[in-house]
Design a protein around this ligand. Structure first.
Ligand code: SF4
Length: 682
């Protein structure tokens, strides 16, 4: 039997898999015991991957207007329409909306085409929905988007704070590593989450924080550490730039975060007693109108107490997707140019020179929500969506559908033929799925691993990097797009990270620029930046110092009497994103068969809503019907719904048609977790 080492396609833990091919699209999945992310462990989603690799529902041939066509015809049309649109309306009239499901090589080729050859930075990724706030917080504090920790730090910590993270469900193998640390070294666990999740149930201390109360809480915690004399004055002097008036602006009252003094003191006692502390934060922090500030409030605490760059210490953003980090690295976010370079004149010149490109994007492009607004308003006239389902996943999703419906030209590259987004496609391009793709991904701890093909490409499906390259060549850019495989793309990207980089950017993997095809095939996981990129206390800014960032809580909204409740959204343990893949697995569907609205019994009673019945959630953007689950794990006045269900799966339970288009003003990340709403029995 052939055994192939590859990487799980779901969350950002990035678990290694050993796949044993047993027949035609039949495979036995096991955890890879040598992979440093998981050492053989897998969660339910990874374990049941074999149930999701059938060809059911696959897009196998290119289509124009719903009719099967030859690849050449589809590629010619995409290239012509993109070129014509740019010629008539300028580079910013086209956009790519891509995905953390793409491999780094796919991202690199798409980013290169858009920013260096079309000349716009209108390429953004669904990672904008996931962790853009953490990226922005890293850049503000460290000067670069660098995750300071690795998973080993979780096993070396004496205290772990989980902020806005239902880790036991959403990053289960990280959870298993945390549980190991707790049983082996007595690590204490604090969960800061409005909901009493399965993770919170297991914690030593749960703080049921008010929605968006994190900045208040972490500012108060920092003020408390100052009062207790626990700031690391030496570290602050040598390694941290502190803005004038920073300390005076800290408020020390946690009440506005919904946390009473007794509970806060317990937290402060734990933090004071355990210098070896990791704060793991996730979408609960990031998906907020104040998401970047939350990240900086967490980082401030670690910098000011010197709890960073040492084993078992640091602020640790954990991401949702298998390649959220790889996309950030190559420039898949519209707010970065390439390889952790931004849009200064020197950086634009460096990237243009490296690519030998005819043009270069000189300013950030549209972030996801603004991108679809521009589509809606007719400023973007052609959009290419790759490996993602924005008609379901974007906030105010019905607006996005309207935008796609109005758009002159919509291209969708996907593996599934009928999604809520492919319904709007003028051209559908069949892409390779997990188990067919070949390339690299970077997980949440900067570890670069390989996804390897297990099966031959079905039908006429092609790699995403190849599809973009063929379009680029038809647009006249043959010389710059002549990669003969993913290894060649990887080499060019790796070399770019070292170009005009005399150590000022931590992202430098140019040592791997000479990776041969054979070495690429045999690649074993390696982390860039080492175990601890800030071990020497040297950061990316011009003076080498990190920065404390003064942060204030977001202004509270006036309560609309017709919409007095708040809506929070999130994930279920056994489903992934919009269920186009996990929805195929009967066993995964057993965990939760339908989308439930979790609501406090008092809120339900006020509205004569009973457990197990159907109820309609209303916001100004739309409404959707969910089955009701009464639970006191939910704070009064707040409700929770899962984000996964789509029109393809069911008529109801569509969470993302409900939130509005509010975003964090720094990161552009949507505020999915705190929407005005109401609910009524159906
Ligand atoms: Fe896959 Fe994440 Fe589960 Fe690991 S923890 S098996 S990467 S879904």
């Amino acid at each position: 039997m052939t055994k192939i080492c590859t990487t799980c396609p779901y969350c950002g833990v990035g678990c290694g898999i050993k796949a044993e091919i047993t027949g035609d699209r039949e495979v036995i999945i096991k955890g890879d015991e040598e992979h440093p992310a998981n050492f053989g462990r897998l969660c339910s989603k990874g374990t049941h991957l074999a149930e999701t690799v059938s060809l059911e529902g696959r897009l196998l041939y290119p289509e124009i207007g719903g009719e099967r066509v030859e690849w050449a015809n589809a590629l010619d049309l995409v290239a012509k329409r993109l070129a014509d649109t740019v010629r008539e309306h300028g580079p910013d009239s086209v956009a790519f909306y891509v995905s953390g499901q793409l491999l780094t090589e796919d991202y690199y080729v798409a980013n290169k085409l858009m920013k260096g050859f079309i000349g716009s930075a209108n390429i953004d990724t669904n990672s904008r929905l996931c962790m853009a706030s953490a990226v922005a917080a890293h850049v503000r504090a460290f000067g670069e988007d660098v995750v300071p920790c690795s998973y080993d730090d979780l096993e070396a910590a004496d205290l772990i704070l989980l902020v806005g993270s239902n880790t036991a469900w959403c990053h289960p193998v990280i959870w298993q590593r945390i549980e190991k640390a707790r049983s082996e070294r007595g690590t204490k666990l604090v969960v800061i989450d409005p909901r009493r999740t399965e993770t919170a149930e297991c914690a030593d201390l749960h703080l049921p924080i008010a929605l968006d109360g994190d900045v208040v809480l972490f500012n108060a915690l920092l003020a408390e550490m100052m009062t207790r004399g626990l700031l690391d004055e030496d570290y602050l002097r040598d390694h941290v730039d502190t803005p004038a008036g920073f300390w005076n602006r800290l408020t020390d009252d946690p009440a506005a975060a919904g946390i009473d003094r007794g509970l806060f003191d317990k937290l402060a006692d734990l933090v004071a007693a355990h210098p070896k502390m990791v704060t793991l934060f996730s979408q609960g922090a990031n998906q907020s109108v104040g998401g970047t500030d939350k990240g900086n409030a967490i980082i401030n605490l670690h910098l000011a107490t010197g709890r960073i760059g040492k084993p078992g210490m640091g602020p640790f953003s954990i991401t949702g997707q298998p390649n959220a980090m790889g996309g950030r690295e190559v420039g898949g976010l519209s707010s970065m140019l390439a390889a952790h370079m931004g849009f200064s004149d020197a950086e634009c010149e460096a990237v243009q020179l490296y690519w030998n490109s005819p043009t270069i994007a000189r300013q950030p492009g549209r972030k996801a929500v603004d991108m679809f607004r521009d589509v809606h308003d007719g400023k973007i006239k052609a959009i290419w969506v790759m490996a993602t389902n924005p008609a379901v996943s974007m906030p105010d999703a019905d607006y996005v559908r309207e935008a796609l419906n109005r758009c002159d030209f919509v291209v969708v590259s996907d593996v599934i033929t009928e999604t809520d987004t492919t319904a709007y496609a003028d051209v559908k391009l069949p892409a390779l799925a997990w188990g067919e793709k070949d390339g690299t991904v970077t997980n949440s701890e900067r570890l670069i691993s390989r996804q390897r093909p297990l099966f031959a490409p079905p039908g006429e499906a092609k790699a995403d990097w190849w599809i973009v390259q063929e379009v680029a060549r038809r647009m006249g850019f043959d010389d710059a797009f002549s990669f003969d495989g993913p290894a060649a793309v990887f080499r060019e990207y790796a070399a770019q990270t070292g170009f005009r980089n005399d150590g000022q950017r931590k992202l430098d993997i140019s040592e791997w620029a000479d990776t041969s095809d054979r070495e690429y095939d045999d690649w074993v996981p390696k982390a860039w930046g080492g175990v601890s990129p800030f071990a020497e206390g040297k950061f990316t800014s011009s003076d080498g110092k990190a920065r404390l960032v003064a942060v204030v809580p977001p202004a509270s909204e006036l309560v609309d009497r017709a919409l007095p409740l708040r809506l929070n959204t999130g994930r279920y343990r056994d489903q992934w994103h919009t269920m186009t893949r996990t929805g195929l697995s009967p066993r995964l569907s057993q965990h939760r068969r339908e989308a439930l609205v979790e609501i406090h019994p008092d809120d339900a009673e006020d509205r004569s809503i009973e457990d197990g019945t159907l109820a309609r959630i209303m916001t100004p953007q739309g409404n959707s019907i969910f089955r009701v689950q009464l639970t006191d794990a939910q704070r009064k006045g707040e409700m929770f719904v899962p984000m996964h269900w789509t029109d393809q799966m069911s008529g109801g339970g569509r969470a993302n048609r409900l939130p509005d288009q509010t975003v964090d003003p720094v990161s552009g990340q949507p505020a999915y977790k705190n929407s005005s709403c109401n609910i009524a029995a159906v």
